[in-house]
Design a binder for this molecule. Structure first.
Ligand SMILES: Nc1ncnc2c1ncn2[C@@H]1O[C@H](COP(=O)(O)OP(=O)(O)O)[C@@H](O)[C@H]1O
Ligand SMILES: [Mg+2]
Length: 267
């Protein structure tokens, strides 16, 4: 099934041979932060020897306090950052040190829902333009097909009626509605993997659960794998199959959500 409606599937060089969408082996991302004694370079080990795998259609939650390296891990996995060391596979393909040009296919398959709904969507564009843009960039469909895809995506994130929301500008929307637009945008290219980096932490408590439920529904409907990053262990139970705990750049504990949280996942 496709998230949006442009039904020409992207042509990619990879056939999904691997059961895992993402595989990470002894991954390191260090930032050089200056020169120390004897001008020796000093680096900050933001991500240090992390090993994990995410299966197709699965959600792995990574929970950790601020500064523990969650965002760096997520951004490295989708290759917005280049690993310092270790190995990174996507759909079984080694992408550890591939160039931006070689990663064009990944920019389609792997999407991101950022933390801040106020800065993640272009305030100058109406909603339909925000959603149309990824299709234009990746040369998907003609105008009519793209319009249909935009309407479908708005329905997928429960912004109904879609025609009403399509013409709104971001400042006319609530934080929760804006985050729904950011989610719809992530769906436009029918991704197989979404990095959701604290997608509800800036929203009112009252809308957090509804957004997490929406993400869960979208995941089940479209079979998308998620890396769900959060500092809040309680939210992981609404939206994850497995939970890993991150501490000072390391993934220190990992297991099924029932085991780590001690309670069953509500359907
Ligand atoms: N571009 C960067 N340059 C230097 N240090 C960075 C950079 N990005 C993140 N860090 C540092 O890496 C550590 C982990 O940051 P981050 O991944 O943002 O953690 P989290 O998302 O868990 O809050 C922090 O100490 C942060 O200051
Ligand atoms: Mg972060």
């Amino acid at each position: 099934m496709t998230a949006a409606t442009v039904d020409t599937q992207p042509v990619t060089e990879a056939s999904p041979a691997s059961p895992h969408v993402v595989e990470v082996d002894a991954l390191k991302k260090y930032f050089e932060i200056g020169r120390g004694l004897f001008r020796k370079s000093v680096s900050l080990k933001a991500v240090d020897l992390v090993t994990l795998a995410i299966s197709r259609g699965e959600t792995l939650a990574v929970v950790g306090e601020s500064g523990s390296g969650k965002t760096t891990l997520g951004r490295t996995i989708i290759r917005l950052l280049e690993p310092t060391d270790g190995k990174l596979l996507y759909d079984g393909q080694d992408i550890t040190h591939k160039s931006d040009k070689e990663l064009m296919w990944l920019r389609r398959k792997a999407q991101m829902i950022p933390q801040d709904p106020y800065s993640s969507v272009n305030p100058a564009f109406p909603v339909y333009r925000i959603l149309d843009e990824p299709l234009i960039i990746h040369k998907e469909g003609d105008r009519a097909q793209r319009q249909e895809a935009v309407m479908k995506a708005l329905q997928s994130v429960k912004l109904n009626p879609p025609e009403f929301f399509a013409n709104k500008y971001p400042h006319m929307l609530s934080g929760g509605q804006r985050q729904r637009v950011a989610i719809a945008r992530a769906l436009m290219l029918n991704p197989e993997f979404i990095l959701a980096d604290e997608p509800v932490s800036m929203l009112d408590a009252s809308v957090r659960i509804s957004i997490l439920r929406l993400l869960r529904q979208i995941q089940l409907k479209f079979g998308i794998a998620f890396l769900y990053i959060t500092h809040d262990l309680a939210t992981a139970k609404h939206f994850s199959d497995r939970v890993g705990i991150m501490y000072a750049g390391r993934l220190v504990e990992e297991g099924p959500v029932r085991g780590v949280l001690g309670e069953p996942l509500h359907p």
